[in-house]
Design a binder for this molecule. Sequence first.
Ligand code: THU
Length: 136
Amino acid sequence: MNKKELCEKAVKAMQNAYVPYSGFKVGAALVCSDGTVFTGCNIENASFTPTVCAERTAVFKAVSEGRRDFTMIAVCGGKDGKINGMFPPCGVCRQVLAEFCPPDFPVILVTGKNEFRELKLCELLPFSFNPGYMSG
Ligand code: THU
């Protein structure tokens, strides 16, 4: 699974976004060490608070299937599904990634057709509170 293919999977997953309130569609594609990909989209709710982001949908799908061996994630998003530059994951999703992924974990941000920018998780979430602090 190369990075371009992973971006394409994120873009495809974005099409399933359920966004009747914001119209802002997000897709994510998370790869495991054996190449298995878990995708996710954002799913909104009339009560707003239960809304879940695309990145967390992908992570929770994978973890609930027994997978935690993640190697990279691609994320894309835009109003009405139109990708127009970089869309960085929200703070809550960064924190969820920090639970399962190392500081140098690659986060691939789709910026346009066949374009992406790559950041490390530690660049998106420096000084993270991570599981290491809980082990005493
Ligand atoms: N959203 C995501 O799916 N991922 C993020 O990292 C930030 C925001 C979604 C939540 C909501 O459905 C819409 O984008 C607007 O905030």
